[in-house]
Design a protein around this ligand. Structure first.
Ligand SMILES: [Zn+2]
Ligand SMILES: [Zn+2]
Length: 78
């Protein structure tokens, strides 16, 4: 099951240099009120046509919820 949770946290600020990455730590809340945490390191920067860049993130959340489970996530960090 793949969710694409809105990123409630922000990556740390890094120099806009080729090949840089960001560390991220996010808490996400789902519709029924349970939450998960996830953190990791983004992909290298992917340039946008109009300038700037974004990064891809992918991984597995912590195990939480009334019935313990985790989610795979995949998204974009700007
Ligand atoms: Zn960046
Ligand atoms: Zn969940």
């Amino acid at each position: 099951m793949i969710h694409n949770p809105a990123l409630a946290g922000r990556t740390d600020i890094a120099e806009d240099t080729p090949g840089h990455v960001h560390h991220y730590r996010v808490t996400t809340t789902f519709n029924d009120g349970h939450m998960h945490h996830f953190e990791g390191v983004t992909s290298p920067p992917i340039p946008r046509r109009r300038g700037g860049h974004y990064h891809l993130i992918e991984g597995q959340t912590t195990v939480n919820g009334r019935t313990p489970h985790s989610h795979a996530y995949r998204g974009i960090a700007e």
